[in-house]
Design a protein around this ligand. Structure first.
Ligand SMILES: Cc1ncc(COP(=O)(O)O)c(C=O)c1O
Length: 465
């Protein structure tokens, strides 16, 4: 969620904050220690939370427990990596077995092949696979491969879409929509990134025509930030045509949608084949890992012999933990389950029911927000501009990033998350979350109940009318 204002919000008269503080003295103490070690006390911007973040001790299935012993229904889902929930027994067993055999051989090993074969089997456009250690590394490499393949310098990105935190991706996501770089990013790098309006084919065509030196267009195929700003199938089909006509490489960033929308990701659901796809999260079964997959002729730029044969210099690529044995066995085991069972469908079905339940709470309580999303995701739109808006309109692509990513008052954004926590539910900072294949009817009931109670407290505190 994009927050308004930089100052610390005064929470002293908030019952929600007081209750959070009362329940979480262990987290408060750890946050104090963390502040002396980490900038801002955290290790990921998404975990920034006032008055201090929750510290978690352990997790299982759809639940986790904080250091003070409180239980939560979990919708952070390992940042989307845990389609199978926490500690799936088969994944845990595979990792335990591998731990005893060695965590890093610094050599090739059979598990990486098994893992790569599963990726090729499930992802429709994957003719070749190159593993990385994260989604950020995967999108960085996909852009580099496209530039090497086409000999062109620029990358087209869509406003509001998230592709990790490397220099080509670190602006125009939640701010800097004018394409200026965020601090530390070179103006020369930003100058080689062109931002286009998502969902607008005519606008995208104009941008492509204006910049004949674009190597690649990269997109989150379900829409910015896991569908927070939905993208529709027609746009993907049109984009595929526009890019193919111009020799621009189309990259689907399926770091979050891959193995989640369906075993073959969004490209399977929408029946659109990109040239390159980036993967991470579910790919590695809850451990670190990423991959670039796609057309053989493009990935051949990483192959010494193929590069020599085509008279081109090879694209270099290292990475200490690429396809490390632990990630490989966790990933291969997870993908085997994804490919052989209905886990994607179960997570999608749960999310649909959850969206419906939370929307019912909003209707019953006359709160002019919307709960929406697609596949196994839900987003809570708190409607800061007080627009006349419905989930159906949002899902139909009628509102763009300026509406759906508009700044939300920080006190409301914070108290919504804290309020859910004091009622035993942890949501992601969007606000919303990914669902898993192991969320239960009990989880659903508890989440709806927590939402209703949180809204009541927010109303009492004057955060909503
Ligand atoms: C669509 C998308 N691309 C890239 C990334 C970056 O992946 P990682 O956090 O593994 O670097 C993310 C992470 O949330 C993502 O959702």
């Amino acid at each position: 969620m994009n927050h308004e204002g930089e100052t610390i919000v005064n929470f002293s008269d908030s019952r929600i904050v007081a209750e959070y503080r009362r329940r979480t003295p262990g987290s408060a103490e750890l946050a104090k220690q963390a502040a002396a070690v980490f900038p801002g006390g955290v290790t990921h911007d998404g975990r920034i939370l006032e008055p201090y973040p929750l510290y978690v001790d352990r997790a299982a299935g759809s639940r986790k427990w904080d250091v003070d012993g409180h239980e939560y229904v979990d919708y952070t889902g390992g940042h989307g990596a845990l389609l199978l929930g926490h500690n799936h027994p088969r994944v845990v067993e595979a990792v335990h077995r591998q731990l005893d055999r060695g965590t890093h051989f610094g050599s090739c090993h059979a598990a990486e092949i098994r893992w790569g074969e599963w990726v090729e089997r499930l992802v429709p456009s994957a003719e070749r696979v190159r593993f990385t250690s994260s989604g950020t590394e995967a999108t960085m490499m996909a852009m580099r491969l496209a530039r090497a393949f086409t000999g062109k310098p620029k990358v087209l990105r869509f406003l509001g879409h998230f592709h990790g935190w490397h220099d080509h991706a670190a602006f125009g996501v939640g701010s800097h929509f004018d394409g200026t770089p965020t601090p530390g990013v070179l103006a020369e790098v930003a100058g080689n990134v062109v931002l286009a309006p998502p969902g607008n084919l005519a606008g995208t065509r104009a941008v492509l025509d204006q910049h004949p030196d674009i190597a690649a267009a990269i997109i989150e195929p379900t829409g910015a930030s896991w569908g927070q700003v939905p993208v529709l199938k027609d746009f993907l089909v049109g984009l595929r045509e526009l890019t193919a006509q111009r020799g621009v490489q189309l990259i689907f960033d399926e770091v979050i949608s891959g193995f989640r929308c369906a075993p073959g990701g969004a490209q399977e659901c929408y029946d659109v084949r990109p040239d390159l796809t980036t993967l991470a999260k579910i790919l590695a079964g809850g451990l670190p890992g990423g991959a670039v997959v796609g057309r053989k002729d493009i990935l051949d730029a990483l192959d010494m012999q193929q590069s020599a044969a085509s008279g081109r210099e090879k694209v270099p690529h290292q990475g200490t933990f690429n396809a490390n044995p632990l990630s490989a066995v966790a990933g291969a085991t997870t993908l085997e389950i994804v490919g052989g069972t209905d886990v994607c469908q179960r997570a999608n079905d749960y999310a649909a029911r959850l969206r419906e339940e939370l929307s019912r709470v909003l209707r019953d309580d006359h709160v002019p927000w919307a709960v929406y999303g697609s596949f196994s995701g839900f987003h809570i739109f708190t409607n800061p501009q007080k627009l006349d808006i419905t989930a159906a309109d949002i899902e139909a692509g009628k509102h763009d990033y300026r509406v759906l990513k508009a700044a939300v008052p920080r006190s409301l954004a914070t108290k919504l998350r804290l309020g859910m926590m004091i009622h035993g539910v942890e949501i992601f900072s969007w606000p919303g979350g990914p669902t898993s294949a192991v969320h239960t009817d009990d989880d659903l009931r508890q989440t709806a109940d927590a939402f209703r109670r949180t809204l009541k407290m927010l109303r009492e505190e004057g955060e909503i009318a």
